[in-house]
Design a protein around this ligand. Structure first.
Ligand SMILES: [Zn+2]
Length: 132
């Protein structure tokens, strides 16, 4: 494993066996070497692949359950939890992402409510599912 001396971080990174590296990292003597990479860029050093985590970047869409019922969906390549809403009041709903309060985008909400009126002619949005 490639590591950097914790007390002298300006020195060159060096390779040590990963078992020893884990012990030294837990003691705070070394840090795992994290090169300054652009998102998605990879660097391979001594067979070890370094890859920077993707940025927080929410993408919104309207998805359908198996029965065709629409729901709002938000996904971030960095966050494992995905955000889902299926109910009658998306305008008043929000969720927390990357420490911030996020509202569903207005154009998506309008499209979703139109689809709900088609799918639930009597009772728009029966279900409520939040953060699956
Ligand atoms: Zn995220």
């Amino acid at each position: 494993m490639k590591v950097v001396d914790a007390k002298n971080p300006q020195t060159q990174p060096f390779d040590i066996p990963s078992g020893l590296a884990r012990i030294l990292i837990s003691k705070g003597d070394v840090h795992e070497y994290q090169p300054n990479l652009a998102p998605g860029e990879k660097l391979i050093v001594g067979g070890v692949v370094f890859e920077r985590e993707p940025e927080h970047n929410l993408s919104f869409s309207i998805q359908q359950f198996k029965d065709g019922a629409p729901y709002l969906y938000a996904n971030c390549p960095r966050c494992k939890p995905r955000f889902v809403y299926s109910g009658p009041n998306p305008e008043s709903q929000s969720f927390r992402h990357d420490g911030k309060e996020v509202k569903w985008p207005a154009d998506l909400v309008a499209d979703y409510l139109t689809r709900c009126r088609v799918f639930y002619p009597e009772n728009a949005g029966r279900r409520l599912v939040v953060a699956v």
